[in-house]
Design a protein around this ligand. Structure first.
Ligand code: G3I
Length: 441
């Protein structure tokens, strides 16, 4: 019997693997303080071909018998998940986030209920990206999608983690052109055929864009830090570090931002602008720093990318750039060692900033089998343990989508916590309040 952690209800969660064969032929037992225990999985099938049986004998008084989508012929006990994912993380001082939009994960009462039961923070998956603020005439305005999401958050007392102010992608090409009306004959996003704007022009466009975003939100939802404005954080810059070590750009992505500025100081400017407009000009006077300002990137679980990321952060510290947090996207697969995710968090601790897991998803590969979904649960459980160990610096943990079918990676195998019927997957159970333990894979 191995106790692994205390949970939010003060219960005790322990695991007792039984008859292990290749990691999947195990029984998992949960014991809580009332001495009630129940077996969560009893798998006799290594590859999940439907032989898993008698999944749960529920003894806990809090348990309800419900069918689990991944075991249609069996019954399973569901613990008391009334705290949802936020019950797990809020107790640690971490916000529980989900990336979604009014038109996707919030477009039915059931989906809204699921979001509100489990999460207390939303990242707009697309609507607040630079291109989301401009119409065909290059006019700046808040879109209906953004307004709906902010209203949902404000009405339901849920936080918004903004995404994103400055990014090389999903930014109109005209934004980088000397003449914004020059006809770009290149059809590739992020590579315009028109002459590029000079640095001074880009400095002003960036400043104006960031001020416009802050002002538009503040105009409709009140100053940042006030009760009606739900925005608590923003990805100020996204994906600025190069995937390989390019000495010509000092390890930075050779994006149109980098090219127009001829260097990485567009990042420094972005944080200065964000701090000015979100934390000063459009902030509630009673709150001196309402919006936590993040830099965000992917593959930080890989050592090369992480080294370049940390080198950039060192330069930002040396330059006195006002950034508050370091984001790790963590778009991973079952073959990504979870120790690499932990290394990413550990290596960044020295900056003494907040950290965030900003875009978590874990693909199983295809075809999606019952066995893979259980292994995915084990994976999420390992991530959950890492989150507990690094809670002190974590600002939020965000899954990148509500249900598998809405994920940008749905074709790579069921990456999220809920299936398309909003049924809880093993990954959910591994992430929620009375989580069972999933012994290491
Ligand atoms: O808005 C159009 C719609 O008008 C059109 O009918 C439809 C047809 O396919 O496309 C819609 O746009 C799509 C948009 O998502 C909104 O659904 C784009 O084609 C599609 O490319 C876009 O994908 C998004 C992707 O960023 C674009 O880069 C994903 O949903 C979103 O999950 C993904 O998120 C990024 C993060 O911002 C940064 N980190 C990586 C992450 C995954 O790529």
């Amino acid at each position: 019997m191995k106790e692994v952690r205390a949970n939010g209800f003060g219960g005790r969660v322990a695991a007792e693997p039984n008859g292990p064969i290749r990691g999947l032929r195990k029984e998992y037992t949960i014991i809580n303080e009332e001495s009630d225990g129940y077996t969560l999985f009893n798998t006799t099938d290594e590859r999940g071909a439907s032989k898993r049986r008698g999944i749960v004998a529920a003894l806990a008084t809090v348990a309800m018998l419900v069918p689990l989508a991944f075991a249609p012929s069996a019954t399973a006990a569901e613990g008391d998940y009334s705290g949802g994912i936020k019950g797990e993380y809020n107790a640690l001082g971490i916000a529980a986030g989900v990336a979604t939009e009014a038109y996707s994960g919030l477009n039915s009462q059931e989906r809204q209920d699921t979001v509100l039961a489990n999460f207390n923070q939303i990242t707009p998956e697309n609507s607040m990206k630079p291109e989301g603020w401009y119409d065909g005439n290059h006019e700046f305005a808040m879109s209906d999608n953004t307004r709906s999401l902010l209203k949902f958050a404000s009405d339901n007392n849920i936080r918004i983690y903004g995404h994103v102010l400055v990014w090389y992608s999903q930014t109109p090409d005209w934004f980088f052109q000397a003449d914004e009306w020059c006809e770009d004959t290149n059809n590739t996003a992020g590579v315009t055929s028109c002459p590029l704007a000079d640095k001074a022009t880009m400095q002003e466009r960036q400043r104006q864009h960031i001020e416009n975003v802050a002002k538009a939100i503040s105009d409709e939802f009140g100053p940042f830090g006030s009760d009606t404005n739900p925005v608590v954080a923003f990805d100020v810059v996204n994906e600025t570090v190069n995937d390989t070590d390019n000495p010509d750009t000092n390890g930075m992505r050779n994006s149109l931002w980098y090219q127009t500025y001829d260097g990485e100081d567009y990042i420094y400017d972005a944080f200065e602008n964000a701090n000015t407009y979100f934390n000063e000009v459009y902030a509630d006077p009673s709150d001196d720093h309402p919006v936590t300002l993040f830099i965000n990137d992917y593959n930080t679980e890989q050592s090369g990318k992480r080294t370049r990321y940390a080198a950039l952060l060192d330069r930002m510290v040396a330059e006195g750039v006002p950034f508050d947090g370091i984001g790790h996207q963590f778009h991973v697969t079952l073959t990504t060692a979870t120790s690499n995710l932990e290394a990413a968090l550990t290596d960044m601790e020295r900056f003494n900033k907040k950290q965030a897991i900003t875009e978590l998803d874990v693909t199983t590969g295809t075809p999606v089998t019952e066995a893979k979904l259980i292994e995915q649960g084990q994976y999420y459980y390992e991530v959950n343990q890492i989150i507990h160990r690094h809670a002190a610096q974590l600002f939020s943990v965000t899954v990148w989508g509500l249900i598998d079918g809405l994920s940008w990676r749905s074709g790579e195998g069921a990456p999220l916590l809920f299936d398309d019927n909003l049924e809880k997957k093993p990954a959910y159970i591994a992430t929620s309040v009375i989580a069972p333990t999933f012994p290491s894979r």
